[in-house]
Design a protein around this ligand. Structure first.
Ligand SMILES: NC(=O)c1ccc[n+]([C@@H]2O[C@H](COP(=O)([O-])OP(=O)(O)OC[C@H]3O[C@@H](n4cnc5c(N)ncnc54)[C@H](O)[C@@H]3O)[C@@H](O)[C@H]2O)c1
Length: 349
C-alpha cells in the first residue's frame, strides 16, 4: 500500500519541495499550511501560490489549517510519517513578535509531538531545526579576511561547525531560543518515548519556491533587488560574512531518506557545506553574472546574534546517509531563483 506522509508548512519553501520529492518517489502527501507566513511578513511573503500547482493533484491532499488546531491531531493519527516545517522562521522578526514566535515554534511542535506519542508513536518524524540554536557561539571564534570573505583562523574549522558546538550561555534572539527549545523537545521525545524523530539544524535553505522578504530568505531577496534595481542594506560585517547554501530540493531528498531509514534522536547540521559556501560580497558577483544586473547596496548596523561565519560540517549526515549528496551548486541555485523571480515579476507586470 502507498504510504502517506504529512508535511506541515506544505506551502512553504522547504515544505513544497518535500511535497514534490515525496510524490515523485511514489508517496501520497497530506499537506497542512495556514498561510501564516503572510501574517508574519505581509502579502509579499505569503506562500499560498506554491500550492496552486498541487490542488488538482490526487496524490496531495492539502488542508488550509493551523498546526495548533485540534483537527490537526486527527491528521497526525492517520499518516505513515511526518516532515515538520511549519514555523515562524525569521530571527530578526522574532524580536518583534516573541510570543507568536514561541507559540508556533514551541507550543505547535510540542502539540505535534504529543499527537504522535499518544496516537501514532511508531512513525518516523523529521524536525527542521536551525543553526540559530547555537546562538552567537560561531562569533566566539577568530576570523580573518581572505579575499572577499572571512575564513577561520583555526584550520580545524575549515569544513565547518559540527553538532558538538555549545548551544547555551550566549545571545540567540527569541527565534534561536524557540527553535532550541523545540529541538530539545524533539530529542527528548525520541529518547524518553522512543519516537523515531531526527533533528536537522539547517544553514541557509533556498530555491525558486521561496517567497523572500528582507527578514527571511536572503538569496532570493538579493536577486529580487538586483532585478528591480532597488538598493540593498547589508547588516554588519561589510558583506564578508559567510553562509552555506543548500537547495530545498536537495534537503527534501535527505528528509525522504531519513523517513525511509530513521536514526531516532540524532541531530545533524545540514547546509551547503564548504563547497556551497559564499560570502555576501561573493554573492553580489554571482548574482551579477546570473542576472546581468548590478546590485546596489549600502551598509547598515549589524543584526542581533547574526553569525559572522557559518559552514555546516556535513561529516555526520554523510556518514549516516552515504548515498545522499548535494546536487545543486551555487550557480544552479542562483539561476533557479532568478528564473522563478523573473516569471513572477513578468506575471505581476
Ligand atoms: N529557509 C531557511 O534558510 C531555513 C534555515 C534554518 C531553518 N529553517 C527551518 O525550516 C522550516 C521551514 O522553513 P522555510 O524556509 O520553508 O519557511 P517558510 O516560511 O517558507 O515555510 C513555513 C510554512 O509554514 C507555514 N506556517 C507557519 N505557521 C504555521 C502554523 N501555525 N500552522 C500551519 N502552517 C504554518 C507558513 O505559512 C509557511 O508556508 C522552519 O522550521 C525553519 O525554521 C529554514
Amino acid at each position: 500500500m502507498t504510504e502517506t506522509i504529512l508535511v506541515t508548512g506544505g506551502a512553504g519553501l522547504i515544505g513544497s519541495m518535500c511535497c514534490e520529492e515525496l510524490i515523485e518517489n511514489g508517496y501520497n502527501v497530506v499537506s497542512v499550511d495556514n498561510y501564516g507566513r503572510g501574517d508574519i511578513f505581509g502579502d509579499e511573503g505569503n506562500t499560498e501560490s506554491n500550492v496552486t500547482e498541487y490542488l488538482d493533484d490526487d496524490r496531495i491532499d492539502h488542508h488550509q489549517m493551523d498546526i495548533r488546531d485540534d483537527d490537526f491531531d486527527e491528521i497526525v493519527a492517520s499518516v505513515d510519517g511526518i516532515i515538520h516545517t511549519a514555523a515562524q522562521p525569521s530571527h530578526p522578526r522574532s524580536i518583534e513578535i516573541p510570543y507568536e514566535d514561541f507559540d508556533i515554534n514551541v507550543r505547535g511542535t510540542l502539540k505535534l509531538l504529543e499527537a504522535v506519542r499518544t496516537q501514532n508513536p511508531d512513525i518516523p518524524l523529521v524536525f527542521t531545526s536551525t543553526n540559530k540554536v547555537y546562538g552567537e557561539m560561531p562569533n566566539y571564534f577568530s576570523y580573518e579576511k581572505v579575499g572577499d570573505r572571512f575564513e577561520p583562523v583555526d584550520d580545524t574549522l575549515w569544513n565547518g561547525f559540527d553538532e558538538s558546538l555549545r548551544i547555551d550561555q550566549n545571545k540567540h534572539t527569541p527565534f534561536g531560543v524557540s527553535k532550541a527549545s523545540a529541538d530539545l523537545y524533539v530529542q527528548e521525545y525520541a529518547r524518553m518515548y522512543d519516537i523515531k524523530a531526527g533533528i536537522f539544524r539547517l544553514g541557509c535553505v533556498t530555491g525558486g519556491a521561496a517567497h523572500a522578504v528582507e527578514l527571511h530568505n536572503w538569496e532570493p531577496y538579493f536577486v529580487k533587488l538586483a532585478l528591480t534595481g532597488e538598493e540593498l542594506s547589508i547588516y554588519g560585517y561589510e558583506g564578508y560574512q559567510v553562509r552555506d547554501v543548500i537547495h530545498a530540493k536537495d534537503l527534501a531528498n535527505l528528509f525522504r531518506r531519513y523517513l525511509e531509514s530513521p536514526s531516532p534522536g540524532q541531530v545533524y547540521n545540514v547546509g551547503g557545506g564548504r563547497k556551497n559556501s559564499i560570502s555576501l560580497r561573493e554573492s553580489f558577483d554571482l548574482i551579477e553574472e546570473v542576472t546581468g544586473n548590478t546590485l546596489e547596496y549600502s551598509h547598515a548596523e549589524q543584526r542581533e546574534a547574526d553569525h559572522q561565519w557559518w559552514i555546516s560540517d556535513l561529516s555526520k549526515v554523510h556518514r549516516h546517509y552515504p548515498d545522499w549528496e548535494i546536487t545543486h551548486g551555487l550557480r544552479e541555485i542562483f539561476e533557479d531563483i532568478t528564473k522563478a523571480l523573473r516569471k513572477n515579476l513578468d506575471e505581476v507586470s
